[in-house]
Design a protein around this ligand. Sequence first.
Ligand SMILES: *Cc1c(COP(=O)(O)O)cnc(C)c1O
Length: 344
Amino acid sequence: MKTIDLRSDTVTLPTEAMYEAMRTAPLGDDVLGDDPTVIKLERLAAERMGKEAALLTPSGTMANLIGVLTHCGRGDEVILGDKSHTFVYEAGGISAYGGVHPHTLPNQPDGTLGIEQVEAAIRPNDVHFPRTRLICLENTHNKCGGVVLNPAYLEAVGTLTRRYGLKFHIDGARIFNASVALGVDVRQLTCWCDSVAFCLSKGLCCPLGSVLCGPADYIVQARRIRKGLGGGMRQAGIIAAAGIVALETMVDRLAEDHANAALLARGLSEIDGIDINLNTVKTNMVYFSCKPNAASDEALLERTAARGVLFLQIAPRRFRLVAHHGIDADDICQTLQIIADSIA
Ligand SMILES: *Cc1c(COP(=O)(O)O)cnc(C)c1O
């Protein structure tokens, strides 16, 4: 029995081309600055994002942490969504390690923060208040269902941050999913922000690694903070080699994952006992809820797992499935059959 693992796109394994690239990559000591494969990946990533420079990190969490800490000092405030990964899922790192004060605003169902609400949240210059320094957005927005922020909205936020002299960071863990879904060059999604972090280890199939991109002097600072956090890696070309393959060959195929997610969502919407909002299915993620008459959460997870289908429970009666490399349309059809059998 084949396991159909839809828990996350992070379960993807390196491709054969990645293994080959990792085996043959020229290596150096990246902490000493002379790993040629890391240098090549960082240049490629910066160019793809339309930024001057880039920094390879072990994880997306560390890329965001370094990203925020490079913009903000202790006591500075960052405006971010209450459903953002950085606020919810990164162990409070910006506060714990950077003394950065989070000012959350409600994420709208489409993943945005209301422009007027952002403007109203910016602190006046007054000794009572923390200093607003940074605005963070997430694209695609994970907890909102993998929804996509479009260039017009990003321009509006970028214009606002410039007017108030603030910095703008994008958690673009899945920003290539956004660019593929919108059919725009990723630079149209990054041109308004100062910094952007994206993951190599999700839909792009690398075993690990994320990249933080921004201005050259910002990345110099970020490199020091990465070292301080213990994120300096020696022969990191091993990782970077896979990252180069990812950027060169794994981006366009994300459209297949989106098509599979859409297929899955449509099928789920036809199953009795399932509540799903098809409007939020824009990329590779599918969230659904169980109606009261459906099987219990435990029974559903146990029955589907017994037949090799894995997905995540994210709240009582609420579940997430993610399409990715290695999942094809047949797997989706099987998944639908197994969920339909298990939910009654
Ligand atoms: C996965 C993810 C991250 C962090 O990635 P890790 O590599 O797991 O630390 C950051 N932001 C978003 C939106 C993510 O989905």
